[in-house]
Ligand binder design. Structure first.
Ligand code: SF4
Ligand code: SF4
Length: 368
């Protein structure tokens, strides 16, 4: 397992995320953690050289912290690093949360402590709560080694929060899809400018980049037959110099083995690989998404007054992120809904991109 220097310590490039530990029923996302299996997995990760273990107060309603504490207690405390997080909406009493986390993790210090899930909506709550000052105090007392924050905020909020003081590290969602088609590149650049090391979450975009479309997979397989499709995503983030640890939420020994293979060397992607990946990524996007430019030429002719571009945007989100994206339907302002589509075809006639909107409305009506 390759390691990378962080201040005065060395941290493994691959970090174990403990939010998807094996559960007693793999089909039920709310099923309790399967402790014996989870402990076996965590200890195997440690024995293979992973020394960064990430959890949070809210994962599995606290069970992730407890299970991690149980798994790690047999190893010398200085031989691994625990990362956990404070979420203000889960419990605003930061002092009580912190003490409880120490108990759950069976430790007297947290190595990497994070403000959890910064968003545009909660940034001021965090900044005005006194929590950051309290955690900085705990850092002075040696009960926290490094203080950081994880972010799902937009770039302006991220920039503002990053400027609060010299944070030791951050955690952001970073993968080649969001780099090319969302704000990940800009977020990375903000952190790079402030020289804040980046812990990466969702390098494989919740598993979505573990398999693209058959054609896009073929492009990657032809270039490197021995690499898994997920390995491309991990190698991409490994190539970025500001990246410190790459987290992978592992549930099975097979995932661990595949990740260990990818992190056996320090190799990222060379220039040719980057071009190949960009080609596969754009092919993937074009094959799964409809190319609506939101020009709205179709809208005035729709007898049902459906907000077509907004629903097509929702559909594209669904294609990349799965069913969770459909929750956005409730916020769409539209007189007509997908189920109201009369199939008249007027929209197709007006669409410069030749999008078969009625077909998509039928699918959306079924999904919603
Ligand atoms: S096919 Fe459906 S979405 Fe398109 S114009 Fe007709 S009613 Fe509106
Ligand atoms: S005309 Fe086509 S590209 Fe323009 S908003 Fe409608 S569906 Fe999208």
């Amino acid at each position: 397992m390759k390691k990378k220097a962080f201040q005065k310590i060395e941290v493994s490039r691959l970090g174990m995320g403990n939010m998807r530990l094996p559960s007693v029923d793999a089909k039920d996302s709310k099923a309790p953690i399967d402790y014996p299996e989870a402990i076996k997995l965590i200890r195997r990760a440690y024995e293979e050289g992973i020394n960064y273990f990430d959890t949070a107060y809210v994962y599995n309603d606290g069970d992730s912290e407890k299970c991690l504490g149980e798994a790690m207690k047999v190893f010398p405390r200085d031989s691994y690093y625990l990362a956990t997080k404070f979420h203000i909406d889960a419990n605003p009493d930061y002092e009580a949360v912190f003490e409880e986390q120490l108990r759950r993790l069976q430790t007297d210090r947290i190595d990497f402590y994070l403000i959890h899930c910064l968003t545009d909506g909660n940034a001021d709550k965090y900044l005005n709560s006194g929590a950051i000052e309290y955690f900085l105090e705990q850092k002075k007392k040696g009960r926290i080694s490094y203080l950081g924050f994880s972010s799902h905020a937009g770039v302006d909020t991220l920039r503002r929060f990053a400027a609060h003081h010299q944070w030791d590290f951050t955690q952001i969602q970073l993968n080649y899809y969001d780099w090319n088609y969302s704000s990940a590149k800009e977020e990375y650049q903000i952190l790079e400018e402030r020289n804040i090391p980046v812990m990466v979450m969702e390098p494989v975009r919740g598993g979505r980049l573990a398999s693209l479309t058959p054609e896009a997979n073929e492009v990657l397989k032809t270039a490197h037959p021995n690499w898994s499709i997920a390995a491309w995503a991990l190698r991409f983030v490994k190539s970025l110099p500001q990246v410190q640890v790459i987290l992978s939420g592992m549930s099975t020994m097979d995932q661990l083995e595949d990740n260990l293979d990818t992190f056996a060397d320090d190799d990222g992607l060379n220039e040719t690989d980057m071009e190949t990946l960009e080609k596969a990524c754009s092919m993937f996007k074009n094959q799964i998404q409809v190319p609506c430019t939101a020009c709205r030429y179709c809208c005035s002719g729709c007898p049902m007054e459906i907000n077509i571009p907004e629903y097509l945007k929702l559909y594209n989100g669904y294609k990349v992120d799965g069913e969770q994206a459909l929750a956005g339907a409730a916020a769409i302002e539209s007189k007509g809904k997908p189920a109201d589509c009369a199939g008249c075809g007027s929209c197709i006639g007006h669409c410069p991109q030749n999008i078969n909107t009625p077909e998509i409305m039928t699918e959306l009506a079924r999904l919603l």
